[in-house]
Design a protein around this ligand. Sequence first.
Ligand SMILES: N[C@@H](CCC(=O)N[C@@H](CS)C(=O)NCC(=O)O)C(=O)O
Length: 217
Amino acid sequence: MTITITAFERSPDGGKGLARDTRVRWALEEAGLPYEVRLVSMRAMKEAAHLALHPFGQIPTYEEGELALFETGAIVLHIAERRPGLLPTDANARARAITWMFAALNTVEPPILELVTVKFVEGDKPWKDERMPLVHDRVRARLTQLAARLGGADWLDGDFSAGDLLMVSVLLRARPSGLLDEFSSLAAYVARGEARPAYQRAFAAQLAINAAPSPAG
Ligand SMILES: N[C@@H](CCC(=O)N[C@@H](CS)C(=O)NCC(=O)O)C(=O)O
């Protein structure tokens, strides 16, 4: 059955791979599942056809026959459950890998998202310069804890899993701020994720769309 995901017609990051379709593409590449991409404009994302797939008018979505999913965590979990390689077979190890998926999205990603909110959404507010150092400190606190847990290991819990896939994806969003590079073990962890052939294919696929000349010229 054909798998179709949605992605930005033109990602605001210009192809740096930070839009969330990249993590879904990465999971599909790790699982060896072919997929198609439907590109949507910012306007189309808020229209009825897309809202029927994604109640919050965002990307990515995932369609496979009669199944339609949104939320990258749910999509990556669905993919990981279908093919070996992204979740361990041992029940406890599997539960721990899923825990890391939640930790990436619920505990590590929120402060990192604040970096973007302060910089772009609140960039013209008079209190922006006071708020940014506070947000930096909150991100640093999380990264300190995460680095302590990772220690000298390659991955968070044994072999590479969907938990690492989401954690690396989330940490990549901290790189433009310079904060990731303050933590050499986490920077190396992210680099290990980026070096995976499946990530390389996912990154190249989104770049091909975002680096192409715009239809408007
Ligand atoms: N929690 C959602 C977040 C989805 C999300 O924020 N998508 C962004 C792109 S990375 C988006 O569509 N932004 C445009 C908008 O919200 O209007 C997920 O993980 O899938």
